[in-house]
Design a binder for this molecule. Structure first.
Ligand code: NDP
Length: 259
């Protein structure tokens, strides 16, 4: 199926590794140019170079912290220099580990800035570019934890739930400008982050730890691959998903326990 993404410009935050890198690669595979962003210069540059080399598309590496207004501005400016964004995927984020009783205000604020304000600031700026091109698509990468919290990360759960609501509010406003907004709630997706955690907890038996996590949480009894999630994401951002507006989609191997 031709997704109609060739020649589009996709902006993906947190695209130097894990899910964001998978999404950026999937867009490039379909012929889209990609703005690749994250904070660690060597990783962002390596990702942008590898994607350009492998798929023959234009890429731009933007080293920026999207939890700041200046970092978001740098991403918006880079997209403008490449002719303006058609697609925006708000992906940068990370898990947490705390109790409400002990976590300081600063930690709540940092996660709010990363999981919510990055999406607010970037969607505002990139929407003007999409407008100028006649429309576009945005995707919020929240989490199953936005609707089914894990006990050890209340800040993550709460800020991802805020992102989910933001996606819905943004959609109502943006569809008037021919910009479709949707949200994806992934379950367990195997990324370097999960593998590192497993190694820290179990050393050589790290694969067994991942299997236990999958057995406990996901009906399918395995982690999803980055590629399985990325294909779903790029479809939602493509013209093939033209009637999908303001929805949240779970890609979770049966982890969600409600209907
Ligand atoms: P990774 O830790 O593998 O990758 C995170 C990416 O985001 C990296 O490129 C990182 O690069 C970047 N990043 C982190 N903070 C910032 C920042 N302040 N500004 C710019 N870039 C930043 O995470 P995953 O791929 O596992 O997760 C990606 C998204 O998917 C997150 O939002 C996560 O919450 C969500 N998710 C993941 C699931 C999973 O099972 N893996 C399940 C559900 C949701 P750098 O550190 O160099 O900035």
């Amino acid at each position: 199926m031709d997704l109609g993404l060739a020649g589009k410009l996709a902006v993906v935050t947190g695209a130097s590794k894990g899910i964001g890198l998978g999404i950026a690669r999937a867009f490039a595979r379909e012929g889209a140019d990609v703005v690749v962003t994250a904070r660690t210069a060597k990783d962002v540059e390596a990702a942008a170079t590898a994607i350009a080399h492998e798929y023959g598309v234009n890429t731009r590496a933007v080293v920026s912290d999207v939890a700041t207004a200046d970092g978001c501005r740098a991403v918006i400016d880079a997209a403008a220099e490449m002719g303006g964004a058609d697609i925006f995927v708000s992906n940068a984020g990370t898990g947490s580990n705390e109790t409400v009783a002990e976590a300081p205000d600063e930690k709540w604020q940092a996660y709010w800035d990363l999981h919510l304000m990055a999406a607010v600031r970037l969607s505002r700026g990139l929407a003007d570019q999409m407008d100028a091109k006649g429309g576009g698509a945005m995707l919020m990468n929240a989490s199953i934890c936005a609707v089914q919290p894990l006990w050890y990360e209340p800040i993550y759960n709460t800020t991802k739930a805020a992102l989910l609501m933001f996606g819905k509010c943004l959609s109502t406003e943006m569809i008037k400008r021919n910009i479709r907004v949707n949200t994806v709630n992934p379950g367990l997706i195997r990324t370097p982050d999960w593998e590192n955690t497993a190694r820290e907890l179990r050393g050589e038996n790290w694969q067994a730890y991942l299997q236990e996590v999958a057995d406990e949480h996901a009906d399918i009894r395995r982690f999803g691959t980055v590629e399985e999630l990325a294909d779903f994401c790029i479809f939602l951002c493509s013209p093939r998903a033209s009637y999908s507006v303001g929805s949240a989609y779970h890609v979770d191997g049966g982890m969600l326990k409600t209907i």
